[in-house]
Ligand binder design. Structure first.
Ligand code: TPP
Ligand code: MG
Length: 378
C-alpha cells in the first residue's frame, strides 16, 4: 500500500463548569469538592485584589511595570491544587501569581520583584518555585532540565509544571524544551495560557495553527485543550497529566483557553488595538463570576461571605504592600556581590568608591582608570 495514513490525531476540548456556573456532574467526578472550590475561589479573589492594588501602586509611582493576571486566575489556582506542594516544581512566566502563593511564595515577593528589586527573585529555601521569567520562553528549558534531573535521580512522585503564554509557543526555546522533554520522557507538564494576545499581536497573526494544543503532536505528547476559566477542567487536566508524569508516562501539554482582561502590562494601553466588544464578551466568562454562581447554586456561598472575603482580601493585600515597601534598602555592594567568586581589582575599586559616593566624578579623580590599555593587548 504505497499511500496510507501513518499518523492521525485529533484535539479534544474539556469544559466541566460552563459560563453560567453549571457543572457537568459526570465529568466533575473525582475532581473538586465544594470545600476546595471555596478555597480556590478565595485564592482567586485575593489575587484579583492584589492585581488592582498593584495597578494603582504603579500609577502612583510606587512600583515599576506590572502585568495583571486579571481573568486568568482559574489557570493558576486549578493547576496549583493539582500539583504537590513542597515536592513538585513550578516554573512560572509572570501571570500565575496565585499558583506561586499556594505553593508557599510569600505574596510580597511578587510586589518586591515588580518594584525592581531582585530580592523578589530570591525564593525562600524549601519553596519549589523558580523566579518569574520575563524573557519569553527561556524558562521552559529550565523546566525540562529540572524534570530531567529528577528522572536521573530517580526521584519518586515528583513532577514539574511550567507556565507560558500563547506567544511563547512561537519561540525557538519552546520547541527545544518540548523536543528534549519528549525525547527524554521527563515528568514535565507544559501549561500554555492561551490568553489570545501576545502584547498587541492577536493569536491568529502570530501562528497559523488552529489550536496551540496541536503543536504538541509534533513531539508525540498527550495534549488537550481546556477551558482555562474553568477551575474543574484545569484541575482535572493537570491532575491527569501529573499522574501520567509520576507514573513514568513522560511529558504532557495543556492549552488553556483564557483571556487577559487587563492590559498586557501597566506600560500598555490595550484599548489602542483591542475591540471593546471582545473584552466585554470575555468579561462574561470571568472565572470568578462562574465559580461564584456555582458556589451559590450549591448553597455554600452568599453575599455575606462575599463581603467578608472582600474585606479579608483588602487586609491581606494591605499587609503585603506594607511588607514590600518596608523591606530594608538594598546595599550598593549588591551590584557587585553576585557575579564573581572573587571580585576583580577594578571592580573592587568601583565598589569602594561608590560607597564613598564618588561616582559621577571623572574616573581619573577616583582612580578608576587603571593602566592604559596597550594596543593589541586584548
Ligand atoms: C525573549 C523575549 N522576546 C520578546 C520579549 C518581549 N515580550 C514581552 S511579553 C511578550 C509577549 C508574550 O506573549 P505571551 O507569551 O502570549 O504571554 P502573555 O503576556 O500574553 O501572558 C513579548 C514578545 C521578551 N520579554 N522576551
Ligand atoms: Mg498571550
Amino acid at each position: 500500500m504505497p499511500h496510507r495514513t501513518v499518523y492521525d490525531a485529533k484535539i479534544e476540548h474539556l469544559q466541566i463548569l460552563d459560563e453560567e456556573g453549571k457543572l457537568d456532574k459526570k465529568l466533575a467526578k473525582d475532581t473538586l469538592n465544594d470545600e476546595q472550590v471555596v478555597y480556590l475561589y478565595e485564592q482567586m479573589r485575593i489575587c484579583r485584589e492584589l492585581d488592582e492594588i498593584a495597578f494603582k501602586l504603579q500609577r502612583s509611582g510606587r512600583m515599576g511595570t506590572y502585568p495583571q493576571n486579571k481573568g486568568q486566575e482559574a489557570n493558576a489556582v486549578g493547576s496549583a491544587l493539582a500539583m504537590k506542594k513542597g515536592t513538585d516544581w513550578l516554573v512560572p512566566a509572570y501571570r500565575e501569581n496565585a499558583a506561586l502563593f499556594m505553593h508557599g511564595l510569600p505574596m510580597h515577593y511578587v510586589i518586591v520583584y515588580w518594584m525592581g528589586d531582585e530580592r523578589g527573585s530570591k525564593i525562600p529555601e524549601g519553596v519549589n518555585i523558580t523566579p518569574l521569567s520575563v524573557p519569553i520562553g527561556t524558562h521552559m528549558l529550565h523546566a525540562t532540565g529540572i524534570a530531567w534531573a529528577s528522572k536521573i535521580r530517580k526521584e519518586q512522585d515528583k513532577a514539574v509544571i511550567t507556565y507560558f503564554g500563547d506567544g511563547a509557543t512561537s519561540e525557538g526555546d519552546f520547541h527545544g524544551a518540548m523536543n528534549f522533554a519528549s525525547v527524554m520522557q521527563v515528568p514535565c507538564i507544559f501549561y500554555c495560557q492561551n490568553n489570545q494576545w501576545a502584547i498587541s499581536v492577536p493569536r491568529e497573526q502570530q501562528m497559523n495553527s488552529q489550536t496551540v494544543a496541536q503543536k504538541a503532536l509534533a513531539y508525540d505528547m498527550p495534549t488537550l485543550q481546556v477551558d482555562g476559566n474553568d477551575i474543574f477542567a484545569v484541575f482535572k487536566a493537570v491532575k491527569d497529566a501529573r499522574r501520567r508524569a509520576v507514573e513514568g508516562g513522560g511529558p504532557s501539554f495543556i492549552e488553556a483557553v483564557t483571556y487577559r482582561l487587563g492590559d498586557h502590562t501597566t506600560a500598555d494601553d490595550a484599548r489602542r488595538y483591542r475591540d471593546e466588544a471582545e473584552v466585554e464578551a470575555w468579561k462574561a466568562k470571568d472565572p470568578l463570576i462562574r465559580t461564584r454562581l456555582y458556589m451559590e447554586s450549591q448553597g455554600v456561598w452568599d453575599d455575606k461571605k462575599q463581603a467578608e472575603l472582600e474585606d479579608r482580601a483588602k487586609k491581606i493585600v494591605g499587609e503585603v504592600v506594607k511588607a514590600a515597601e518596608g523591606i530594608e534598602k538594598p546595599h550598593t555592594d549588591d551590584f557587585f556581590d553576585h557575579m564573581f567568586a572573587e571580585l576583580p581589582e577594578d571592580m573592587q575599586r568601583q565598589r569602594d568608591t561608590l560607597r564613598t559616593s564618588s561616582i559621577g566624578r571623572h574616573p581619573e579623580q577616583v582612580g578608576l582608570r587603571g593602566k592604559p590599555v596597550q594596543a593589541g593587548s586584548r
